[in-house]
Write a protein that binds this ligand. Sequence first.
Ligand code: NAI
Ligand code: PYR
Length: 372
Amino acid sequence: MIIGVAKEIKNNENRVGLTPAGAEDLCRAGHTVLIEKNAGIGSGFSDESYKQVGATIIADKKELFDTSEMIIKVKEPLTPEYELFHEGQILFTYLHLAPEPELTKALLEKKVIGIAYETIVGRNNSLPLLSPMSEVAGRMAVQIGAQFLEKPWGGKGILLGGVPGVESGQVVIVGGGIVGTNAAKMAVGMGARVTILDKSTDRLAYLDDIFAGRVTTVMSNSYNIAKWVKQADLLVGAVLIPGAKAPKLVSEEMVKTMEAGSVIVDVAIDQGGSVSTIDRITTHSEPTYTKHGVIHYSVANMPGAVARTSTLALTNSTLPYALQIANKGWKQALIDDAGLARGLNVYDGKVTFKAVADDQNLPYTPVTTVLS
Ligand SMILES: NC(=O)C1=CN([C@@H]2O[C@H](COP(=O)(O)OP(=O)(O)OC[C@H]3O[C@@H](n4cnc5c(N)ncnc54)[C@H](O)[C@@H]3O)[C@@H](O)[C@H]2O)C=CC1
Ligand SMILES: CC(=O)C(=O)O
């Protein structure tokens, strides 16, 4: 198979979809690997390091897309990339289609085979290609939140860990999955007071066990969310309903009860955001805006800022799937792995992921009918 690795164009997106180690594995398996010029630079991988393992560097983006049977990326395509795809091309990347009707329309019109990292399912219903970036973003959420709580950044001027004789800050995390757990690890490590809300009693029990009394776990409902949002110095949005638009769990009224200079980091922004006052996706260049006196951070590619760590973590998980797709062809790979088949979001002008179809009022075609 001819595999093209595109350079990311999103603001400060420094990750790349394939490392030289991955390129070597694909070349050894008999595939042709094309790397867009400078695609790996932001993650510390030179063009030369790809050439050394047998890949070819392509300077022209259009040529890369025209030639490749499968495009490997990190982030969802942006408008200038829509026209580059061609019918029957495999796109293996994060897609986050539910809140993106324009992107969905473009991929349907181009009849792209869109396999989304974030909806592929592993053992025990895990999301193996989302988890590594959720680990990164969860950890970053507290690091970033702590910075914006500092006065020079517009915050209320508190140190999350407090000091002897002065109380520590309150971190409230809505959603206790991978992002939530990693955010809690960092916040506990800093010495903050931490409360996690989740709607799964099993998850709350698990969190209670692993944090051994160092976090407060609370059932997620609007009454409890309102109670805890009011007390939050740092609020982290970390809910997910896989593949679907994030539920707006934190209302504008709740945000208004927060003290001025408090901070919201809505990690769930890539699925549309879980806080009602988050009305835009921000960028690493301009990461925040203030509403009702509260600093809002809603960057949809947080791991792009720590690209070396993130690219290595992401590709550790994506490469085995890329190899399966390249070695067997996409259809056989999906037939052989029902979890990988859950990644198929669009095929031949049809939406094949139910939550995306439901959120956008589009007809739904089950993957099973595509694979039979
Ligand atoms: N902005 C960024 O750069 C990044 C964003 N993300 C996003 O972060 C979000 C969370 O991802 P993960 O932690 O991996 O998902 P996850 O599936 O591990 O955890 C989600 C949690 O939300 C909980 N939940 C669902 N509905 C809820 C409700 N009504 N109230 C409270 N909890 C509820 C679930 O029980 C689950 O524990 C996703 O949207 C993901 O795409 C992940 C990485 C980077
Ligand atoms: C998951 C996601 O949106 C990211 O890593 O950028």
